[in-house]
Design a protein around this ligand. Structure first.
Ligand SMILES: NC(=O)c1ccc[n+]([C@@H]2O[C@H](COP(=O)([O-])OP(=O)(O)OC[C@H]3O[C@@H](n4cnc5c(N)ncnc54)[C@H](OP(=O)(O)O)[C@@H]3O)[C@@H](O)[C@H]2O)c1
Length: 272
């Protein structure tokens, strides 16, 4: 869909990728309903965009915790009021470290936010989207939704789940007005990644994109309608190989395991 024709409900608008993406979408003519949990942060963000010349009619916001059913149903009402024809599921929470160190609450909250909430919001939005001449549902997953890495078992499980959900739903809705899309960024330089992740990335030679690069890719995906896109060449290749024969790559992660056993401070010191 051409961006000036879109009215986009976007979760995760207050985060690193979300802010950059909203800016590009708004600059290119989209109307955006910004969603995050903090009224104050959303109000500030909307004011920033208006100060940059975005008409007030194209930038709205709604505070909602997507893990809460009541909040999701408020979002559905708000999306209906604004006649939204695109849902961009971008909210997410990180999880990094050895599985043995994660609490049962960590496991549940990561899967609730990254997987169950976007599934439930999609289900709640779908009846209305299906009445439109054209609509899009875009999931922001991760390369780690196609490639399991040591240290990301919990996060990866949530993103593999999201990837599978998007793929199955795309096939279920083929022939309907609703197009389902999935984009998997690689590591991106936002507040999402702790010092521990940054040290792990340096120790393993993992590249990081800037949020603006991911934002441009999301805007392009909405316009060109592609079903799935992963970002970053080596990551894309590794994900493809992993899909073909998962055990081929099993021997390739010794450095990743070592990085997990080394506290972040030690890694930083070793480099300086
Ligand atoms: N950064 C990376 O390395 C990377 C790589 C690949 C994929 N991704 C994915 O890209 C997306 C955006 O990541 P980011 O780097 O921009 O993260 P971020 O800066 O930490 O932002 C996360 C966003 O999610 C929102 N959020 C979290 N829990 C929520 C909840 N329960 N209800 C409503 N909103 C909630 C936050 O809103 P509040 O204002 O309410 O906190 C914030 O807007 C995520 O899905 C992430 O998994 C990130």
């Amino acid at each position: 869909m051409k961006l000036p024709e879109t009215r986009i409900l976007m979760t995760g608008a207050t985060g690193g990728i979300g802010r950059a993406t909203a800016l590009i979408l708004l600059k290119q003519g989209a109307a955006v309903l910004l969603v995050g949990r903090s009224d104050a942060a959303l109000e500030r963000l909307a004011a920033e965009y208006r100060a940059l010349g975005v008409p007030a009619s194209r930038v709205k916001w709604a505070a909602a915790d997507i893990t809460r059913a009541l909040d999701r149903s408020r979002l559905v009402d708000e999306a209906e009021r604004l006649d939204c024809n695109v849902v961009l599921h971008n909210a997410g929470v990180p999880a990094f470290g050895l599985l043995r160190d994660a609490s049962p609450e960590d496991l549940a909250s990561v899967v609730q936010t990254n997987l169950v909430a976007p599934m439930a919001l999609t289900q709640a939005m779908l009846p209305r989207l299906l009445t439109l001449p054209a609509a899009q549902i875009v999931f922001v997953g991760s390369v780690l939704g196609s490639l399991g890495l040591p240290g990301f078992s919990v996060y990866g499980a949530s993103k593999f789940g999201l990837h599978g959900f998007a793929q199955a739903l795309r096939r279920e809705l083929a022939g309907s007005p609703v197009r389902v899309q999935y984009i998997g960024p690689r590591s991106t330089d936002t507040g999402f990644n702790s010092h521990g992740v940054q040290a792990y990335n340096r120790a393993t030679g993992t590249a990081q994109d800037r949020p603006e690069q991911v934002a441009r890719a999301i805007a392009r995906l909405i316009e060109d309608g592609a079903a799935e896109r992963l970002l970053g060449f080596p990551e894309k290749l590794a994900a493809r190989l992993n899909g073909l024969a998962p055990t081929w790559l099993d021997g390739a992660f010794r450095r990743h395991r070592q990085a997990l056993e080394t506290p972040a401070d030690d890694l930083t010191a070793a480099r300086t």
